[in-house]
Design a protein around this ligand. Structure first.
Ligand code: PXP
Length: 245
C-alpha cells in the first residue's frame, strides 16, 4: 500500500491563543513543529466568524510552512476569493453553520447552494485541488464526481465517536464510500474525530490516501508534546498499513 499522509489541523492552537487574545500559542509555530516532527501537511479551517484561525494565520502558514496546505472553507464568495489569492495546493469544501461547535456533517450535495459549481470551477481555475467533505454515501460521492471535485474527504465522525463495539456498521459504510470514491476516479481522504484508537481501521483502507486530524492530536499534545503525538500517529498508521513511518 502507499503511505497514508497525515495532515495536521492546527485550528485549536488558534483556539487556545484566542482564549487570551494575545499571540501565544502561535498556529504558525505549531505548523512548523508539526512538519519538523513528521507531519505530511497542514490543514486550517478559516471560518466565517474567525473563531479560531484568522486571515493572517492562513497567509503566514501558506507563505512560511514548507508543506502542503489543505485549506478548509465554506463555498462562499468571500472564501473563494481568499483561496484564489493564496492558491493553496488543496481546498476542502465543508458546510458551515454559525452555531455549530465543529463541522457537524458532510456537505449535502443534493441540496447544495447554487454557488457551489461556480466555487469549484473558480478553485480549479486557480490550480487548487478541490475536495468535498461528504458522508460516506455513494449518492453524495457520485454527486461530488459530477460536480468536478478531484477528491472527497469522508466524514469519519460517526465512526470515531461510536463506542468501539458499535463501530462495525460505520466502518462498513466508510469502506463502501472509499470503494465508491475509487470507482469514480476520486482521490479519497478521511477525517473528523480521529484518535489513537480509531486511526488503524482507517489506515487499513487502501483507497484512503490522507487523513486530517485536529482536536485529539492538539489536545493530546498537552500530555505528550506535539512531536511525540505526531510520531505516535505516524507509527500507528505505518503499522496498520504495512508501510514505514
Ligand atoms: N475534516 C474536516 C472536514 C473537518 O471539518 C475537521 C474539523 O475541523 C477535521 C477533518 C478534523 O477533525 P478533528 O478536529 O475532530 O480531528
Amino acid at each position: 500500500m502507499t503511505r497514508l499522509l497525515l495532515s495536521v489541523n492546527v485550528d485549536h492552537v488558534a483556539t487556545l491563543r484566542n482564549a487570551r487574545g494575545g499571540t501565544f500559542p502561535c498556529p504558525v509555530e505549531a505548523s512548523r513543529q508539526a512538519i519538523a516532527a513528521g507531519a505530511d501537511g497542514i490543514t486550517v479551517h478559516l471560518r466565517e466568524d474567525r473563531r479560531h484561525m484568522r486571515d493572517r494565520d492562513v497567509e503566514r502558514i501558506r507563505a512560511e510552512i514548507p508543506a502542503p496546505l489543505n485549506f478548509e472553507m465554506a463555498a462562499t464568495e468571500e472564501m473563494v476569493a481568499i483561496a484564489e489569492r493564496l492558491r493553496p495546493p488543496a481546498c476542502c469544501l465543508v458546510p458551515e453553520k454559525r452555531a455549530e461547535l465543529t463541522t457537524e456533517g458532510g456537505l449535502d450535495l443534493l441540496r447544495a447552494s447554487a454557488f457551489l459549481p461556480e466555487a469549484i470551477a473558480r478553485l480549479r481555475e486557480a490550480g487548487v485541488r478541490v475536495s468535498i467533505f461528504v458522508e460516506a454515501d455513494p449518492i453524495q460521492i457520485a454527486a461530488a464526481a459530477r460536480l468536478g471535485a478531484a477528491c472527497v474527504e469522508l466524514h469519519t465522525g460517526p465512526y470515531a465517536d461510536a463506542a468501539p463495539e458499535a463501530r462495525g456498521p460505520h466502518l462498513t459504510r466508510l469502506r463502501v464510500g472509499a470503494a465508491s470514491a475509487r470507482s469514480h476516479g476520486l482521490i479519497c481522504h478521511a477525517g473528523h474525530g480521529l484518535a489513537y484508537d480509531s486511526i488503524g481501521d482507517i489506515a487499513r483502507m487502501p483507497e484512503v490516501s490522507e487523513v486530517s486530524i485536529g482536536h485529539f492530536l492538539i489536545a493530546q499534545s498537552l500530555f505528550e508534546g506535539l512531536p511525540t503525538v505526531i510520531r505516535r500517529f505516524q507509527s500507528l498508521i505505518a503499522a496498520a498499513r504495512g508501510t514505514t513511518a
